[in-house]
Design a binder for this molecule. Structure first.
Ligand code: HEC
Length: 152
């Protein structure tokens, strides 16, 4: 009987000890959660800002890909062709000049496009930007020619 009561008190003591440990652990977990909900929140913002540029790079890649699909001739011209064709540098036919473009346009769309892609005399291939696709160069040629009276 005394062994039983000893056992009981041991079990009770153990239960109390375990119970208080569990309570302490729960308290600690709750307290750490409260703190961590504030601190790591700030850390997460930092993490986000360090990962954001990577995400932006991916977005940039995608927008480049979509730029290939949706060709913006005006943008291509502004970035690659206007430097010569706006002011008529080195005798480049000026954008919007029907007089200067008329003999060029008379060669036909395909010839003009192939001259722009491959270059002709002082006109550099692809306006000097090898990254431009045939479609992008063609869109720029068509836009410039149409701005000077063509109907491509
Ligand atoms: C470095 C200056 C320069 C840049 C940049 C440039 N061009 Fe030219 N381009 C010229 C010159 C100069 C000529 C006239 C060449 C000639 O007929 O002797 C010309 C002529 C042309 C012609 C007429 C070709 C023909 O057969 O008569 C087309 C079309 C043309 N360029 C399109 C473009 C396009 C599209 C771009 C941009 C992607 C571009 N060019 C960028 C200088 C430039």
């Amino acid at each position: 009987m005394s062994k039983n009561s000893e056992l009981r008190s041991v079990i009770e003591t153990t239960a109390v000890v375990i119970g208080s440990f569990v309570a302490a652990v729960i308290l600690i977990v709750l307290l750490t959660k409260d703190y961590s909900s504030n601190e790591p929140a700030a850390e997460k913002v930092v993490d986000a800002s360090t990962t954001e540029p990577v995400a932006q790079v991916e977005v940039d890649d995608q927008s480049e890909g979509s730029a290939d699909k949706v060709i913006d001739a005006k943008q291509i011209i502004a970035a690659n062709c206007a430097m010569c064709h706006e002011g008529g540098l080195m005798g480049a036919p000026k954008i919007g000049s029907e007089e200067q473009w008329a003999p060029r346009i008379a060669q036909g769309k395909d010839t003009l496009v192939s001259h722009a892609i491959n270059g002709i005399r002082t006109m550099p291939a692809r306006g000097g930007n090898a990254k431009l696709s045939d479609e992008e160069v063609a869109a720029a040629v068509i836009d410039m020619a149409n701005a000077a009276g063509a109907n491509f």
